[in-house]
Design a protein around this ligand. Structure first.
Ligand code: 13P
Ligand code: ZN
Ligand code: NA
Length: 283
């Protein structure tokens, strides 16, 4: 049986660190994240976007992660990341998933509230926790492409209102990060984060952490971020290592060989990101 992310994030909030949420895609990436988290004794969130669920199958993902939860001593959860389809979310909750993000950030405030509230009501009956987003990140995540001009930062007063109206468990805020990498170094709006934190008491989530300097992420954590999402910076070393392996071994065909350096390269980044989140030894 899986846990929600509620207690995990509240503990992080109280103790001033963030739980890293790593986007996984298959058995290998799940193994890498869990190995690194176990080695560093860090709580960890395994996040799956809609295209990952489609690619890997929700039943297989749940089976693998439920088994992992049974045999691992670190706190771990399976989290649906950036899901927009209410029916999909509800179905996967009934199958045993205890942590979901309903992303209705593309809608105006009232519609966002309405969509999120419906998921919160459903999820809480199953003991599942819900993350929502207010404001909108730019960049590319999955099939989701948001033009920089269409992105906007979270309004602190609206955030307070949003949390009250929806009863959501954690809030993803838009404070200057974007999904994917950056053309130039991102500048985070820490004043805005301070204002949001002063008004909103639930755990705050930072999306788009790939490409954000270590110090900026840690500053955001010091100012109240307690979940940090990382996707792109894991995919890159994994695929680069495979490319390198094949360039040196063009006749290779055994995944048990060519995936080994990929897993190692990804492992090193997961370790670095756990340290960035200050979640080492918090399991
Ligand atoms: P990055 O791809 O920038 O790491 O963003 C990850 C994310 O926000 C997943 O929800
Ligand atoms: Zn995201
Ligand atoms: Na990013």
């Amino acid at each position: 049986n899986l846990n929600s992310t509620k207690e995990m994030l509240i503990k992080a909030q109280e103790q001033g660190y963030a739980v890293p949420a790593f986007n996984i895609h298959n058995l290998e990436t799940i193994q890498v994240v869990l190995q690194a988290a176990s080695d560093l004794k860090s709580p960890v969130i395994l996040a799956a976007t809609p295209s990952t669920v489609k690619y890997a199958d929700e039943n297989y993902l749940l089976a693998i992660i439920e088994k992992a939860n049974e045999i691992n001593t670190i706190p771990l959860t399976f989290h649906l990341d950036h899901h927009e389809n209410a029916e999909d979310i509800k179905r996967i909750i009934t199958l045993g998933c205890k942590s979901v993000m309903i992303d209705a950030s593309k809608y105006e405030f009232k519609e966002n509230v309405k969509i999120v509230k419906d998921i919160v009501n459903f999820a809480h009956k199953y003991g599942a926790s819900v993350e929502a987003e207010l404001g909108k990140l730019g960049g590319i995540e999955d099939d989701l492409v948001v033009d920089e001009k269409k992105s906007f930062l979270t309004n602190p007063n609206e955030a307070l209102e949003f949390v009250k109206l929806t009863g959501v468990d954690s809030l993803a805020v838009s404070i200057g990060t974007a999904h994917g990498l950056y053309k130039s170094e991102p500048k985070l709006d820490f004043e805005r984060l301070d204002k949001i934190r002063a008004l909103v008491d639930i755990p705050l989530v930072l999306h788009g952490a790939s490409g954000v300097p270590y110090d900026s992420v840690q500053n955001a954590i010091n100012k109240g971020i307690c979940k940090v999402n990382i996707a792109t910076e894991l995919k890159m070393p994994f695929s680069s290592a495979i490319k390198e392996y094949f360039s040196k071994n063009p006749d290779a065909s055994d995944p048990r060989q060519y995936l080994v350096p990929a897993k190692k390269a990804m492992y090193d980044v997961v370790v670095e990101k756990i340290k960035m989140c200050k979640s080492e030894n918090k399991a």
